[in-house]
Design a protein around this ligand. Structure first.
Ligand code: ISJ
Length: 417
C-alpha cells in the first residue's frame, strides 16, 4: 500500500514523520475511514452560537475564508450532537495532516468482519475500572417495556431507539490517545475517531472517542453514499455458533422490519437531493469484531454539487437507526424515557471540505473520555416484538467495543511512581 501523505500546511508540532494516529494528542481531532485518516489541530470553533441544524452557512463562510491546504480545499472537522438544536463542535484546523490511501469508503460493509480480535475481556466492564450503569440494567429493561407499551398504544410509532450509559473510572489516569490507538488496531474496518468536545471549566480536554461501523453520509465528487445498519446480534467465539447467529439475524422478520424502516427513511431523504439513487432491496450481513448487523449500502449521485457532505448528513440525521420513526414522535419519547443526556452520542462525526466532499459517521460504539474516566453509550432499536432482556444483552454486547479497548488501554498504561 502506498500512502501519499499530504501535509496541508505545517505538520502538527512534534509529529515528525508520524502518522495522524501517532500524532494524536488530546484536544486534536482524528478520523479515519479505511486508509484515509485526518488529524486536525488548533483553529477556531465554527458556528458555536447557532443550532447545528442551521450551521451550514457559517461553515461555508469559514471554509471560504480559510486558506487552501497545500493546494487542497480547506476542511472543517468535528462532531455534531444528537440534538441538532444545540451547537455543533466544528473546527477549521490550523494544522491538518491527511493520509489519503486508495481504499475509498468502507461504508460499514465488510467492516473488519474477518479480523475477529476479541481481546482479553469477555465481560461487560474492564476489571480494572469502577463501573456505574445509568440507567441500571433493570431500569433499561423497564424503559424497553415502556417503549413497547407506547408503541402498542400509538402504533403509528414504528420504532424507538433507547440507549444506556456506563461510567468507567480506572484507578489511574485514562489517556484518550491510548484508547484511540487500541480501537484503531482492533477495528481496522471501522470509522475510528476522537473529537474534542466541551469539557467542564478548568478540567482537561474531553473527547468523544469511538469506532463506528456506520456511515451516515459521504460525498466524493458526485458520488453519494450512506450505509445504514439496523438489526444486530452479538458475535460468538465459537465459529459454528457465530454463523448460526448471523443466519438467525438474516432470517429474523423483526430485524428485517427494523432495518427496512431505516432504509426507507434514508432513501426518502436522499431522493430529492440525488440525480440517481441505488437502494438494494435486501440488506446484507456485516460483522464488526463484536457484532453482526444488517446493512444496506446505498449509492447515488448528487443532483447539485452545491449540496455538501455536511448538508447530506444534516438532511439524514437523526435516522431511525439511532432515533426511531416517525422522527419527531420518537425523539419526544427518547426525551421522556431516557434518563441521561446523549450529548454527542448518536450524533455524527467527520469532515467536509470547501468543495463539498466529506465523510460523516454516526457517533456510536463510543464514549466521552477524559483523564478521569469514560462515559460509554450503547442503544438499540425497539419495535413490536422486541424483548427487554434481549435488548439489554444487545447493549451489553455493543459496549464491548469500548470496554475491551479501555481494558487494554488501562492494562498497557505505564506505572507512574
Ligand atoms: C444505537 C446503536 O446502534 C444502532 C442500532 C442498531 C440496532 O438497533 O440494531 C444497529 C446499529 C446502529 O445503527 C449503538 O450502537 O449505540
Amino acid at each position: 500500500m502506498t500512502l501519499s501523505t499530504a501535509m496541508h500546511t505545517a505538520a502538527p508540532a512534534g509529529s515528525g514523520a508520524a502518522t495522524p494516529l501517532d500524532a494524536y494528542t488530546p484536544g486534536d481531532f482524528y478520523f479515519s475511514s479505511g486508509r484515509r485518516a485526518v488529524l486536525g489541530r488548533g483553529g477556531a470553533v465554527v458556528a458555536s452560537d447557532v443550532p447545528a441544524v442551521a450551521c451550514t452557512e457559517a461553515v461555508r463562510a469559514a471554509l471560504r475564508a480559510a486558506p487552501r491546504n497545500g493546494g487542497r480545499p480547506a476542511r472543517v472537522v468535528g462532531a455534531v450532537p444528537f440534538d441538532t438544536e444545540r451547537p455543533a463542535r466544528l473546527m477549521v484546523p490550523e494544522q491538518l495532516q491527511v493520509t489519503d490511501g486508495s481504499g475509498g469508503d468502507i461504508g460499514g460493509v465488510g467492516a473488519g468482519g474477518d479480523r475477529v480480535d476479541r481481546g482479553a475481556s469477555a465481560g461487560v466492564a474492564p476489571a480494572s475500572c469502577a463501573v456505574t450503569a445509568c440507567p441500571s440494567p433493570e431500569d433499561h429493561m423497564a424503559a424497553v417495556d415502556e417503549a413497547l407499551s407506547v408503541m402498542h398504544r400509538a402504533p403509528e410509532l414504528h420504532k424507538l431507539v433507547l440507549a444506556r450509559t456506563l461510567h468507567l473510572r480506572p484507578e489511574g489516569a485514562l489517556e484518550p490517545g491510548r484508547v484511540l490507538r487500541v480501537l484503531a488496531r482492533r477495528h481496522p474496518g471501522a470509522y475510528t475517531f476522537a473529537a474534542d468536545i466541551p469539557a467542564a471549566p478548568g478540567a482537561g480536554p474531553r473527547a468523544m472517542v469511538g469506532a463506528s461501523p456506520e456511515l451516515l453520509a459521504s460525498r466524493h465528487g458526485d458520488a453519494v453514499r450512506s450505509c445504514p445498519l439496523a438489526g444486530s446480534a452479538a458475535r460468538s467465539d465459537d465459529p459454528a455458533e457465530d454463523r448460526r447467529r448471523a443466519e438467525a439475524l438474516q432470517a429474523s422478520a423483526k430485524d428485517q422490519v427494523e432495518h427496512a424502516i431505516v432504509v426507507d427513511a434514508i432513501a426518502e431523504a436522499l431522493r430529492p437531493l440525488c440525480g440517481s439513487l441505488d437502494v438494494p432491496v435486501r440488506p446484507r450481513l456485516v460483522a464488526t469484531p463484536t457484532m453482526w448487523h444488517l446493512a444496506t449500502p446505498i449509492v447515488g449521485t448528487v443532483a447539485d454539487r452545491a449540496v455538501t457532505a455536511l448538508d447530506l448528513a444534516l438532511a439524514l440525521h437523526p435516522t431511525p437507526a439511532i432515533c426511531g420513526a416517525p422522527t419527531a414522535a420518537a425523539r419526544a419519547e427518547i426525551g421522556r424515557i431516557e434518563t441521561f443526556d446523549r450529548g454527542f452520542y448518536s450524533g455524527f462525526v467527520g469532515w467536509c471540505d470547501a468543495d463539498g466532499d466529506g465523510e460523516w459517521a454516526i457517533s456510536i460504539r463510543c464514549a466521552e473520555v477524559d483523564a478521569g474516566g469514560a462515559r460509554l453509550f450503547a442503544g438499540g432499536g425497539i419495535v413490536a416484538g422486541s424483548d427487554p432482556a434481549a435488548e439489554l444483552a444487545e447493549t451489553s454486547a455493543k459496549f464491548r467495543t469500548m470496554t475491551d479497548a479501555i481494558d487494554e488501554a488501562v492494562a498497557a498504561a505505564p506505572v507512574r511512581g
